[in-house]
Design a protein around this ligand. Sequence first.
Ligand code: HEM
Length: 496
Amino acid sequence: MPTMAWTWIILSIVLLAYILQWKSKTKKKLPPGPRGFPIFGNLHMLGEVPHKDLHQLAQKHGPIMHLRLGMVPTIDVSSPEAAKLCLKTHDLVFAGRPRCEASKHISYEQRSLAFSQYGSYWRNLRKMCTLELLSNLKIKSFKSMRKEELDLLIKFIQEAAHDHVAVYLSAKVSSLSADMSCRLVFGKKYMDKEFDERGFKSVIQEGMQLAASPNLGDYIRYVASLDLQGLTQRMKAVSKIFDAFFEKIIDEHLQSKDENKTKDFVDLMLSFMGSEESEYRIERPDIKAIILDMLSASMDTSATSIDRILTEVIRHPRIMKKVQKELENVVGLERMVDESDLDSLEYLDMVVKETVRLHPVAPLLLPHESLEDCTINGYHIPRKSGLIINVWAIGRDPSVWTEPKKFNPERFVGSNIDLRGHDFELIPFGSGRRSCPGMQLGLTVVRLVLAQLVHCFEWELPNNMLPTELDMTEEFGITTPRAKNLLAIPTYRLHK
Ligand code: HEM
């Protein structure tokens, strides 16, 4: 047969195979979802508070919903059953993280634990972080550091109480959380100016804000290099500041000869670097990525949680009294709260659960990505689909919670529902492989600071403001704080 004829036959077979494959793909049933525009998909449907927009859409299309964000197929999940299917039954399939511009430019090319793709590199880091940095033993070894920092804040508030002046609680709690995180990660607090003229917290916050900003280039890959929103340029500038600072920290640690100090995270990671004996393969850029991970994952999450809980407690004087009564019974008015008291504070735990049910710090968790095709509830989920778990919507699902909008910690009396990732009605830390490895540390800091502030002081709102007038409007980001700062006047209530 002449060559030309063979070419036609081969081309026809390839075309036929392609059409058959395409047909079989389109036959598979995707979850229901709203129609979108070509190229942009459903991007225009998500506004400034995407968890609320997704919740509204899910009311119409169901708890497993298909969307297209730009060119990225995305599954939105908003019921405990569906979350369990994704994070437990098919945990491994959804253990991926999508590659995005922020992970590339801020997070050292996806080297951090939070942004790295599922695989041996992530497993190695996760094991190191869980066993070496965030183990219960390690967390306990920093108990006196937490006490020192919290005592400084209490002393400051005592002075404000003496003068009967209002305290900017949101800002103070945020500074406390930043100081605790810095001492944990690199052993000391740096003066703001040592970091950058804008200050340490504001640069970290800018990095987090940039990472959370919807970036067109993540959804429509072809336009990523055009940087239409100018986000990449800003990310590069911020990451340059981070990098110079982390280089300095690593050098200082390498030069330090103090053998007696408690080993911070950087000391521990440096002891694994380049070591033949260590099972962890970790290099200098990996360490820098993890420093950033640990700082950004711990500073805002804990501060936002404390701020939210304090606001709810101040808004509900009956609940404030009940928390204080429990503290009086367990701790007494003769001394401050100690970390060892925390396990006896059952009502405080209920208040924490109730607040994170209504105001989860990360309402959509972090984005997950499917590593292969899979079927959920009879629906086809293609490989490389984004997965969004709407924890905010799950916490307000009326089929799970009675009177879901009501702040009522007593709903947990006699209930087995916990927040550690086993009960899918309440998963503020996620669940499964990619769940939060810092949960124990986060809960310790949140409960300790909260208990101390409520035990040591009565709180009253300035300018005769009524508790019900406190504005709960939130800002969206990787964490979702209240938009307004909490300002309150303290009165010292202990006998000593
Ligand atoms: C109240 C405090 C905290 C809350 C509410 C919180 C919440 C979360 C959530 C929702 C996720 C994403 C889970 C998912 O994608 O499925 C996460 C991941 C993560 N958290 Fe936390 N977190 C807190 C404190 C901390 C602390 C103190 C650290 C470390 C010092 C930490 C380190 C991380 C890391 C490294 C990840 C990424 C894990 C991975 O992708 O393998 N978190 N956290």
